[in-house]
Write a protein that binds this ligand. Structure first.
Ligand code: SIN
Length: 290
């Protein structure tokens, strides 16, 4: 343990990049205690993802804790608990047809004009081994970019699409209906965190292309546009793959992760044999990236 707070929360950083495990705190208490909640909020801004084990947290308490950060949102593809709107069920089972929604590096719902500010994810049931989740620190990923890349991407904006990702495996009518409901969003490639002021690299698995790459500096001849922009985007998206920016968390039932969606990406590792993995996620509404 390297840090102890006034509120008796003990903080154990898990890697040099991001992530800390909290000890000596129950989120059910923080759901009712403003000063405890504010300690956790401050720790989240510092460590970007917080982990807790052995949480005695009912669904109502899960929602109540997450609601302290802000309003919750449902997900158009993954359903929510009918009795607890905003509590999204991410359930895998041997019987259900396989899907591959989570095992891609992503920042949640950047296809929204206002992507979520963060999430609180609780493990209900997990495989005996496998099914970990990984997070990457996108402020560090930005900070360590070569200076000439930082200069090139400073003015760039990019498109984020639910149609190209969740919609890709749908029949055409369903896919177009999804796109009509959730038109592509456009965001800056480098985002300024609204609370810490840090710059973060804000492209991920939902990003399809740059929208304003076509300048004389970037495009000498038309042929530069597609490979030039696509190669640069691929290079940026791949920064999250670097282990130096990551933390990996092994789940147990009643473990919880809280992450800052403005400063991280994550990846649910689907390496386990057909088996039950039940996660419940409260996504907290955020603001428009700038
Ligand atoms: C997610 O991508 O939000 C879910 C992560 C997980 O199930 O581990």
């Amino acid at each position: 343990m390297t840090d102890t707070m006034a509120s008796t929360i003990q903080v154990q950083p898990l890697t040099c990049a991001l992530g800390a495990e909290l000890h000596g705190v129950q989120l059910a208490d923080a759901a009712q205690d403003e000063s405890l909640f504010q300690d956790i909020r401050r720790l989240l801004l510092t460590h970007k993802v917080l982990f807790l084990r052995e949480q005695q947290l009912s669904r109502a308490q899960h929602v109540a804790f997450a609601r302290r950060f802000g309003e919750l949102e449902d997900h158009p593809v993954a359903g929510s608990d009918p009795e607890h709107p905003g509590l999204v069920r991410i359930y895998k089972s041997p019987e259900a047809p396989p899907d591959r929604y989570e095992n891609a590096w992503h920042t949640d719902a950047t296809w929204r004009a206002q992507p979520p500010m963060g999430c609180v994810l609780r493990c209900v049931e997990c495989p005996p081994v496998g099914g970990d989740t990984m997070w990457a620190n996108m402020a560090l990923a930005y900070e360590r970019l070569p200076e000439h890349i930082k200069l090139q991407i400073a003015p760039l904006r990019a498109r984020h699409s639910i149609e190209a990702t969740f919609g890709a495996a749908m029949p055409i009518e369903k896919r177009l209906a999804l796109k009509a409901q959730f038109p592509d969003a456009e965001h800056p490639v480098v985002r300024t965190h609204p609370e810490t002021g840090e710059k973060t690299l804000f492209v991920n698995g939902f990003t399809t292309h740059f929208t304003n790459f076509h300048t004389p500096a970037n495009v000498r001849v038309g042929q530069d546009f597609s490979p030039g922009g696509a190669d640069l985007l691929r290079y940026l998206v791949m920064q999250a793959y670097l282990p130096e920016y990551q933390v990996r968390w092994r789940w147990q039932a009643n473990s919880v992760a809280i992450w800052d969606n403005r400063a991280t990406q994550h990846y649910a590792v689907m390496d386990y044999p057909p088996c039950h993995r039940k996660m419940e996620r409260a996504g907290i509404m955020g603001d428009a990236p700038f």
